[in-house]
Design a protein around this ligand. Structure first.
Ligand code: GLC
Length: 432
């Protein structure tokens, strides 16, 4: 193995191979169309929020279409919000009436999604919110939408936290036992460092969620499942959010950790009609490549509309990313970080067997690419998008142009025109 991660309890082999997944944030907040945190941001009462529930009618929902889109983008797994912080359940749970089956949607939205994505060969993951802004026993802290309403806070001092914990565990039990094999669960999130304030309690973390028990139950019901770190108990992976780490993520002993960055198109997770800061396909491909070069996965989010569609702005971009993946997926799937340092503007990934290096060029230089320390290591080089040879310059002849210390440099002769893909990849076949 060219790269090896620190051991974890779950079966992560598929996870570090697949590298690219689809995150889906969907719920009644899609009807507001201005962020899944709208209830908190606008400090709404339950009654004020109710109108989104009452108008959540995804008549165009076609999970097969979503699954085909994810697959065509090159994504290998998906993670759907079974419940977000607003507490509204997307499946037909027996444990609350605050579920979409009681909204105009009128049906379980999770079971058909699981079936559709599975049919397209994608692995199934659930995002489940630990936080709940609607449950009547969720004790109040600064995170709650009504935290600034003194009267409300005073009137809600007798909440029974143990009932919420029972509910949380019950919901997770349902999800882990009624839908077949689940590969991944993404709990969200802990904030135990937030201080108490007046009548508001401190933030919540692993002790509050009874995380040890919760995780033990999940592992018993779904052996091998991959679990994230946001219960506050380290499990299989760490989950940086809307950032690209500076380099491979390691523990104190220098061991590589599995990580997955979750990313959005425009900043919001839930559908946000008026947000215009959309990433280009080129930027998305670069983020994916940069992540794999640092040993990470990318979970890329879509926020379907209240009518149940993945909007055109997202479709167009996913298709462009898919076109790149179609030609260049070999540098992503099954690949990870390399010990070789890439040339300027480049990112290396390396396959698990260690005999191929993939050089991704984030800008296209004139005529030559100089790769330090690889002068005596490469047998053959080709452009990945069309399998055409890239000539290796005779290092001896090049040496007058290279500084003395850089003699073992591989010199690639490249065409003047940048190949017609977002990020060109040069595949280097290493000598035995
Ligand atoms: C955050 C946000 C949330 C989003 C999530 C995705 O914790 O609260 O809205 O679901 O991250 O990682």
């Amino acid at each position: 193995m060219a790269f090896e991660y620190k051991d974890t309890p779950g079966d992560t082999e598929w996870f570090v191979h697949d590298r690219f997944g689809m995150f889906i944030h969907w719920g009644v907040y899609a009807a507001a169309g201005r962020h899944e945190w709208v209830k908190k941001y606008e400090q709404m009462t339950d009654q004020q929020y109710q109108k989104y529930f009452d108008h959540f009618d995804p008549d165009l929902y076609d999970p097969t279409q979503w699954a085909k889109l994810a697959k065509a983008a090159g994504m290998k797994y998906f993670v759907i919000t079974t419940k977000h912080h607003d507490g509204c359940c997307l499946w037909d749970t027996a444990l609350t009436d605050w579920k979409v089956t009681n909204a105009p949607a009128g049906r379980d939205l999770i079971a058909p999604m699981v079936e559709a994505f599975r049919a397209e060969g994608l692995k199934v993951g659930f995002y489940h919110s630990l936080i709940d802004w609607t449950h009547p026993e969720y004790t109040l802290d600064r995170m709650h939408p009504r935290a600034a309403d003194e009267e409300y806070v005073r009137a809600n001092q007798d909440r029974d936290w143990s009932k919420y914990v029972e509910y949380l565990h019950g919901c997770v039990r349902e999800l882990m036992s009624s839908l077949g094999k689940i590969h991944y669960i993404f709990f969200d999130y802990s904030y135990s460092s937030a201080p108490a304030e007046g009548l508001l309690g401190p933030g919540k973390g692993k002790a509050d969620w009874h995380a040890e028990e919760l995780i033990a139950m999940v592992r018993e019901l779904q052996p091998g499942i991959v679990i994230n770190d946001r219960t506050e108990l380290p499990q299989d992976l760490v989950t940086p959010e809307q950032v690209q780490p500076a380099g491979p993520v390691r523990d104190q002993d220098g061991k590589l950790l599995i990580w997955e960055a979750c990313q959005t198109f425009s900043g919001s997770w839930g559908y946000y009609r008026d947000q215009l800061d959309w990433k280009s396909p080129e930027m998305i491909v670069k983020m994916l490549v940069d992540g794999v070069a640092k040993g990470g996965n990318m979970l890329f989010n879509v926020g379907p509309t209240g009518r149940g569609e993945i909007e055109p702005r997202a479709v167009e971009r996913l298709k462009a990313v898919g076109a790149w993946m179609q030609l260049n997926g070999r540098s992503i799937y099954g690949c990870g970080p390399s010990e070789f340092a890439p040339p300027g503007d480049g990112r290396f990934t390396q396959n698990a067997a260690g005999d191929r290096l993939y050089l991704h060029m984030f800008s296209w230089p004139f005529k030559h690419i100089y790769c330090p320390d690889l002068g005596d290591k490469v047998d053959y080089a080709q452009l990945l998008n069309d399998g055409s040879e890239i000539a290796i310059s005779d290092a001896e002849k090049m040496h007058h142009r290279l500084p003395e210390h850089a003699k073992n440099t591989l010199v690639l002769e490249i065409p003047v025109q940048k190949p017609p893909v977002e990020v060109p990849v040069i595949e280097l076949f290493l000598k035995e």
